[in-house]
Design a protein around this ligand. Structure first.
Ligand code: NAD
Length: 290
């Protein structure tokens, strides 16, 4: 019987620890607060911000939104961003992407205080993933994948994992996080040859390519675990992943749906990271059970 891995169950489990941590922090007179920073009105950024806001508010976390017009100058934006970054009342920053091309993204990320970087985008936090340091803030989507695998007790040690997609936000950091857990990892990109063979050799396939029906039954060996990070919209406007779910489902031992899989976890991971960030800023008082 195939297990359909449920992102909402994973998020609910994470939320329990977050609620306790929020309560504990209040006892110490601390109210964790997140800043949402968005430039322009791109619909993807707006809908992600809305979903994340809802999640933070549901877990009783204070939020503040900083919205800038798409034509804000680079200098004005960097000046304001520095202020947000230095504000002691703000414990975490979520920078909505993409930023308009004229904004110096590299500079913004260099400026961001790594201890407030709840989506793990700064070179410092990515370096911490590389060297497998324990006190780090990871990019939240790969962190959500790891939460999903752990929740369903999927052993990684010695397993062959094929990651389809090699972006800096998902595929690359995820590959490192899997290597840190002693998996043998093959990371594929759009130029990779024999994708079918590389996937069929895997005990676990994780697809983060953004291509509808990229992974079919011919990619999946009997009993493999299949995780679908992709978020795409088909011709009928329905949200679908990279995996042909109906065709693959019966071959896999575990599979994530879209929607309701990884996407259901990522905003909760962001809140979890805010609590971690608050801990790092207020140590030696720790609010999260670790
Ligand atoms: P990206 O476009 O930056 O990177 C895509 C990667 O996939 C690239 O490395 C590319 O080479 C590779 N790729 C593309 N076509 C391929 C093919 N045919 N064969 C093998 N590799 C191929 O995208 P991204 O930002 O990494 O996002 C990937 C997907 O994950 C998108 O669908 C995105 O919407 C989704 N996503 C989901 C969440 C979530 O919370 N579930 C978060 C972030 C991104």
């Amino acid at each position: 019987m195939t297990t359909i891995m449920d992102g909402k169950a994973v998020a609910a489990h994470l939320s329990e620890g977050i609620r306790d941590a929020v309560e504990e922090s209040r006892k110490h007179g601390i109210r964790p607060k997140v800043a949402f920073v968005r430039v322009g009105e791109l619909s993807d950024a707006i809908s992600y911000e809305r979903a994340a806001m809802k999640r933070f508010e549901k877990l009783s976390i204070d939020t503040e939104q900083f919205h800038f017009p798409a034509d804000v100058s680079n200098r004005a934006f960097l000046t304001k961003f520095r202020e947000i970054n230095e504000d002691y009342a703000i414990n975490g920053i979520l920078l909505l992407q993409p930023l308009p091309e004229h904004i110096d993204m590299k500079r913004v990320v260099e400026l961001m205080n790594p201890i407030k970087d709840i989506d793990g985008m700064t070179p410092f936090n990515l370096g911490q993933v590389l060297t497998d340091e324990s006190n780090r803030l990871e990019p939240c989507t790969p962190a959500g994948v790891m939460e999903m695998l752990d929740f369903y007790d999927i052993n990684l040690e010695g397993k062959h994992v094929t990651v389809v997609g090699a972006s800096a936000v998902v595929g690359k950091p995820l590959s490192l996080m899997l290597m840190n857990r002693n998996a043998t990892v093959t990371t594929c990109n759009v130029y990779t040859d024999d994708l079918i063979g590389r996937c069929r050799a895997a005990d676990i396939i994780i697809s983060a390519a953004g291509v509808i029906n990229l992974i079919g039954p011919e990619h999946v060996k009997e009993g493999a675990v299949v995780v679908d990070v992709g978020i795409n919209f088909n011709d009928a406007g329905r949200m679908v992943g990279d995996v042909d779910f109906d065709a693959v489902k019966d071959k896999a031992s575990h599979i994530t749906p879209v929607p309701g899989g990884i996407g259901a976890i990522t905003t909760t991971v962001l809140v979890y990271h805010l609590m971690l960030a608050t801990d790092y800023q207020k140590e030696p008082v720790l609010f999260l059970e670790r």
